[in-house]
Design a protein around this ligand. Structure first.
Ligand SMILES: C[C@H](N[C@H](C(=O)O)[C@@H]1CCCN1C(=O)[C@@H](N)CC(=O)O)C(=O)N1CCC[C@H]1C(=O)O
Ligand SMILES: [Zn+2]
Length: 619
């Protein structure tokens, strides 16, 4: 293959270059599946042996990437006039961490594996009230269920603090190593730091500024929801300390990271007498994991999109194994880059939350299927946010009372057009979509500063809580120290998955929803739209997904919405009826919070040693 370049000698011979691109794709469709398969084996059975195989396969892929990069130097591709070929070369040459010399590549892969292993194996013991203090509990399903259902402050604080002790606190050294090597790789690839590299995938001038403007556009809506939740939580936890600075203690919001407040629906529904208890309905109908997937797949195929390949169900891991092996339970979708193997790995529980997650992961697989005939380097989202939005767009339709009625997940005595039920539905959506906005925004605000070197290791936790207190308006329920590393308690940090993509997704999915609803001929309020069975909408979505990352994302945005920018106006339109209701509900409340969390609860970022020293002196 290398000879093609030299034999033609002419660095601008586009014909020869295209032959080389074909060769690259053929080889990439062998090397990548091997690396994915080894990663899958480890993710579905975490052992040292499988870890060694994974490292070996990743090393082999990095060597292929390095070789390919060197071969791109045979061509003057930056001056090619054929845009498609030029874009392929640009992406082939962008080899990320593979650029590191082998020993450093091994180090960064090892550091990541260590953190992923700690996160996925973590268990929390000493549960209050347990006879046997040595009994230990995993995040999925136990701690997740406690965070979702418990109203016992102490039990919630135990799960919240215990999870952080067993995950983040064990990662700072590996994380620091990862940051150092990721930045070194980014530098070798011509970026200022790893955050600069991650942001380059959006191909957008002043991307950080654009994100900040979108966030500012949504702040007022979030403050209304936050003030309402705080008011109701103070009633539920009367007598317990809420900081004077206005934040909500982070363990009270129904989720381990306070990123989705849907589990507070029974507390926060405007009309509690009209529940949306889909989970109960699923259980009464003996829903299985497979039935959840069949439901989701049918929504896709009724839009005229692709069914799952036959192998999909055989090869996927859709339930938590019961043979005691350690697995990475966190849900994910896998493209094996051979046009044949596509899988989902998740530890499904029969709940509405998990029905939504199932649609989310199935959205990824649908995207994989739609762009599978693109060159390998174009088998990505138009930008990472697009990939995150597909499943969620469909879930916006599935979640409507109208659709729930259609699939018999609405109580028979409930009328989907009842305005009070509709307001409950909007609240349910707000607790997932509006509540998420600051969280989706702040994770990479924190990481970009770490990659820039503005946040040193001994400031990791202080800066994390500065952002959580300032942007999300949540505070730690127990004292935090610089020996804690709470960012590491969130999957995507040890797993090194960028996060701004979810913030982007939560904005653009409402733009897509608006456009597809119009295509489907919907009239009336946006939140009542269900695009189910609209092949016109399906065709638009498919046409966009088929592009993969072969075009810059504004072209893909235009293919669906007819315009080329991200904006929050459709999200705000969707929630307008609820916004009016919230304004009335919180008119006597102080909206917002101080930038800093109150001293009482948790911004006393002292190293533990000072406290211990004081304790010794006075005792
Ligand atoms: C549950 C979901 N799991 C991720 C996802 O599906 O995005 C997994 C883990 C990280 C990447 N990933 C993938 O599957 C990728 N291979 C997809 C791709 O191909 O790009 C997740 O983490 N979510 C969903 C809502 C917000 C966020 C959260 O739960 O915080
Ligand atoms: Zn996703």
């Amino acid at each position: 293959v290398a000879s093609i370049g030299s034999s033609f000698g002419d660095r601008n011979n586009i014909t020869a270059a295209k032959i080389w691109l074909e060769e690259y794709n053929t080889e990439a469709e062998k090397v990548r599946p091997e690396a994915q398969e080894a990663s899958w084996t480890w993710n579905t059975n975490i052992t040292d042996y499988n870890n060694r195989l994974k490292l070996e396969a990743e090393k082999k892929k990095s060597e292929f990437d390095k070789r390919s990069y060197n071969q791109t130097l045979n061509w003057d591709w930056k001056n090619f006039t054929e845009i498609n070929a030029k874009r392929q070369f640009y992406k082939i040459a962008d080899i990320g961490e593979s650029v590191l010399p082998t020993d450093k590549f091994q180090q960064i892969t090892k550091a990541k594996s260590n953190m992923q292993s700690v996160y996925s194996k973590a268990r929390v013991c000493n549960k209050p009230g347990d006879q046997d203090p040595s009994k230990c509990y995993p995040l999925n399903p136990t701690l997740e269920n406690i965070m979702a259902k418990s109203t016992d402050w102490k039990e919630l604080a135990w799960a919240w603090e215990g999870w952080r002790n067993e995950t983040g606190r064990k990662m700072p050294d590996d994380y620091e190593k990862f940051v150092e090597l990721a930045n070194e790789a980014a530098g070798m690839n011509g970026y200022t730091d790893n955050g600069d590299y991650w942001r380059s995938w959006y191909e957008t001038e002043n991307f950080e500024k654009q994100m900040e403007e979108l966030f500012i556009g949504l702040k007022d809506l979030y403050k209304l929801l936050h003030a309402y939740a705080r008011k109701k939580l103070k009633e539920r936890f009367v007598g317990h300390p809420f900081p004077d600075s206005g934040q909500i203690p982070a363990h009270l919001l129904g989720n381990m990271w306070a990123q989705s407040w849907g589990n507070l629906f029974t507390l926060l529904a405007p009309y509690p007498g009209k529940p949306l208890d889909v989970t109960e309905m699923m259980r009464e109908q003996n829903y299985t994991t497979r039935k959840m997937f069949d439901l989701s797949e049918k929504f896709f195929t009724d839009l005229g999109l692709d069914p799952m390949p036959p192998k999909f169900y055989n090869d996927s891991m859709l339930d938590k194994p019961e043979d005691g092996r350690d697995v990475v339970c966190h849900a994910s979708a896998w493209d094996f880059y051979n046009r044949k193997d596509f899988r989902i790995k998740q530890c499904t529980q029969v709940t509405m939350d998990w029905l939504i997650t199932t649609h989310h992961e199935m959205g990824h697989v649908q995207y994989f299927l739609q762009y599978k005939d693109q060159p390998v380097v174009f088998r990505r989202g138009a930008n990472p946010g697009f990939h995150e939005a597909i499943g969620d767009v469909l879930a916006l339709s599935v979640s409507t009372p109208k659709h729930l009625k259609k699939i018999n997940l609405l109580r028979p005595n409930q009328n989907p057009d009842d305005e009070e039920l509709q307001l409950n539905f909007l609240m349910n959506q707000a607790l997932k979509k509006i509540a998420f906005i600051p969280f989706g925004y702040l994770i990479d605000q924190w990481r970009w500063k770490v990659f820039k070197g503005e946040t040193k290791k001994d400031e990791y936790n202080e800066d994390w809580w500065n952002l959580r207190c300032k942007h999300q308006g949540v505070s730690p329920p127990v004292q935090r120290f610089n020996t804690d590393f709470d960012a590491g308690s969130k999957f995507h940090v040890p797993n090194n998955t960028p996060y701004i993509r979810y913030f982007v997704s939560y904005v653009i999915q409402f733009q897509f929803h608006k456009a597809l609803c119009k295509e489907a001929g919907h009239n009336g309020p946006l939140h009542k739209c269900d695009i189910d069975q609209s092949t016109e909408a399906g065709n638009k979505l498919a046409a966009m997904m088929k592009l993969g990352s072969s075009k810059e994302w504004p072209d893909a945005m235009e293919a669906i919405t007819g315009q080329r920018k991200m904006n929050v106006s459709d999200l705000i339109e969707y929630f307008a009826p609820l916004e009016d209701w919230l304004k009335k509900e919180v008119k006597n409340e102080t909206l917002g919070w101080d930038d800093q969390c109150g001293r009482i609860w948790g911004n006393g970022m002292r190293t533990k040693s000072i406290f211990i020293a004081i304790y010794i002196i006075f005792h």
